[in-house]
Design a protein around this ligand. Structure first.
Ligand code: CIR
Length: 257
């Protein structure tokens, strides 16, 4: 695959109120988050893609994490039904953007009682792994898989217990290479990939993104960076400290398609 377009949304001043499982890390600082977000956009732009920059939504502290509100495939767009109440209405602000790239009859929706966060969906070619999490339920997964089937795409459920979203702990970086941490290291369904094991002390760096041959890596995880470079990828590091404070990583900050 090659990506042509990437959608990002500017962090809001309310980012300090984002949902977090690690309050001990402190609240994100808006000014620093904004600088880091700009560096992220610059990194994306250097990967030969068109970056669509959306305005901040002050009403939604977590709205910079656009990955969760849609899944954009080669064949169709799927608007999710985010499992966190404070985030659910973020979808209303992405539909008109997506309509600029997909015809209306190829825009699908996950509907209640199904819930699904895009962070739980990992694309590997035509196959989509879907994590069953606190945000993504069985009904959401079933709806998602039946949508995929209509477009000749495939999906399968992955169980998870230790992380917020599937892609918090595992990410595909193309060429059969997959970053795996914690509970994903020994999962049977990933045994045929070339696994890059991410140690617990760098587990946050299991969330890297591949864009057209370059892998973007969070700043400060030298072992993971070295392993990825040894595979021959060009790498760029971006500091995401402020997003990490509210459980966000590199993939969460964009929709790549
Ligand atoms: C949340 O809890 O929804 C945000 N604070 C973090 C979302 C991270 N998104 C992702 O992993 N795809």
């Amino acid at each position: 695959v090659m990506f042509k377009n990437i959608i990002v949304r500017k962090p809001s001043k309310t980012i300090c109120k984002g949902i977090t499982s690690s309050p001990e890390l402190g609240q994100p600082n808006y000014e620093i988050a904004l600088k880091q977000h700009l560096a992220y956009i610059n990194a994306l732009k250097s990967c030969d893609v068109n970056v669509i920059e959306l305005e901040a939504l002050e009403e939604f502290p977590d709205s910079c994490f656009v990955e969760d509100i849609a899944v954009l495939t080669k064949e169709c767009a799927i608007i999710t039904n985010p499992g966190a109440l404070s985030r659910n209405k973020e979808i209303e602000y992405i539909i008109n953007v997506i309509e600029q790239f997909y015809p209306k009859n190829k825009i699908e929706y996950i509907k209640s009682p199904g819930t699904l966060d895009g962070g739980d969906v990992m694309m590997v070619g035509n196959h989509f792994y879907i994590g069953k999490s606190d945000r993504t339920n069985k009904e959401g997964i079933n709806q998602f898989i039946s949508i995929l089937t209509k477009y000749n795409l495939f999906g399968s459920e992955v169980t998870l217990n230790e992380v917020l979203h599937l892609k918090t702990g595992i990410n595909y970086i193309e060429n059969n290479n997959i970053l795996v941490s914690g509970e994903f290291i020994d999962k049977n369904e990933f045994k045929n990939f070339n696994k890059i094991i991410v140690q617990d002390n760098e587990s946050y760096a299991a969330n890297c993104i591949w864009i057209n041959g370059t892998v973007i890596i969070p700043f400060g995880y030298p072992q993971v960076q070295k392993k990825i470079q040894n595979l021959g990828y060009k790498t760029i590091t971006v500091d995401t400290s402020e997003f990490k404070k509210i459980d966000g990583g590199l993939s969460c900050l964009s929709l790549r398609f």
